[in-house]
Design a protein around this ligand. Structure first.
Ligand SMILES: Nc1ncnc2c1ncn2[C@@H]1O[C@H](COP(=O)(O)OP(=O)(O)OP(=O)(O)O)[C@@H](O)[C@H]1O
Length: 293
């Protein structure tokens, strides 16, 4: 065993020992390589362990052995972004709750975890994000929101046929959103039955990815049914403030979420970053380190 991997293992054992302490509620391990069973033996951390993996197959294998696992997209984000994506996914699935202390271990995609981070749910992850903001309220279906965040990350990362694209996806309060918007292009979802246009269906998510080239916004009902694509959001709220450098698309998302009860995901064409707006504010911001071209 090389010195580096020997140290990796010592680092992991030290993390497991910290995770076993009474103050820690969960140990979020963000890696596709499960911890060797011998390292988990007699560790209190074992029952607190939640894996975040990039492959559904690995997640299924872990679940089959009664371990907890969630799937995050396989993109090359920074370590902090990987922690954010995994925490959002865990929160939206109800695996963590307000006030929980989560010890997060992460690293670069495809490498051994090299970073340990402690996060208090409800505390601040960085200057402009509180994980608390990500708790969206009971009217939202967490599976729908989680699926759409993952989809937005894919759109930001992959673009369309190698070209960067941006989009807005509103979720919830559809009656008000439809009232405060107008059709800019054809609505490709018209004519399909509700069962045929729910974002919980991977085929529909693939279609949304492709239709993201259309100008305008997608309007999604709380339960995941796609009501429209290509909507121009005409709500305007002079009071909303968006960070410098963000333009009309982000301003539209801020305004529609401040004047209705919907939330809105925005993929920036310029940077590939994904931002979640609620009540006119950005409550989650996910930046990507590398874009696929
Ligand atoms: N009110 C709106 N409703 C729906 N889409 C809009 C609205 N305003 C702008 N857009 C879309 O956003 C696109 C980009 O606008 P702009 O460059 O000003 O936005 P931005 O906030 O800087 O976002 P990006 O980072 O994606 O460039 C427009 O071409 C249009 O398709």
């Amino acid at each position: 065993m090389s010195d580096a991997s020997k140290f990796d293992r010592e680092f992991l054992r030290a993390a497991l020992s910290l995770a076993g302490k009474g103050d820690v509620d969960h140990f979020l391990y963000i890696s596709d390589v499960p911890i060797p069973p011998e390292d988990l033996r007699r560790q209190l951390a074992k029952r607190k362990l939640v894996y975040a993996v990039t492959s559904p197959r690995i997640a299924e294998e872990l679940l089959a052995t009664k371990q907890k696992a969630l799937v995050i997209p396989a993109y090359d984000y920074s370590r902090t972004e990987r922690v954010k994506v995994a925490l959002v996914s865990a929160l939206s699935q109800g695996a963590f709750k307000e006030g929980d202390l989560v010890l997060c271990m992460t690293g670069k995609l495809g490498r051994s975890p090299d970073t340990l981070m402690q996060m208090r749910i409800g505390g601040s992850l960085d200057d402009r994000l509180t994980i608390e903001g990500v708790k969206l309220g009971d009217e939202f279906n967490s599976q729908v929101v989680d699926a759409l965040i993952q989809l937005a990350l894919q759109v930001g990362q992959e673009g369309f046929e190698g070209h960067p694209i941006g989009t807005i996806i509103t979720i919830g309060d559809h009656t008000s959103v439809m009232e405060k918007s107008r059709q800019m292009t054809i609505n490709p979802f018209q004519g399909l039955s509700e069962a045929e246009r729910n974002v919980l269906d991977p085929k529909i998510r693939e279609a949304i990815k492709n239709f993201s080239v259309l100008d305008g916004s997608f309007v999604i009902r709380e339960d995941g049914v796609v009501l429209a694509a290509g909507r121009y959001l005409s709500a305007s709220d002079e009071m909303v403030k968006i960070p410098l450098g963000l333009g009309a698309r982000h301003a539209a998302a801020a305004s529609i979420t401040s004047t209705t009860k919907c939330i809105a995901l925005v993929v920036s064409q310029t940077s590939g970053a994904v931002r979640l707006f609620k009540g006119g504010n950005i409550v989650l911001e996910l930046h990507q380190t590398a874009r696929r071209t």
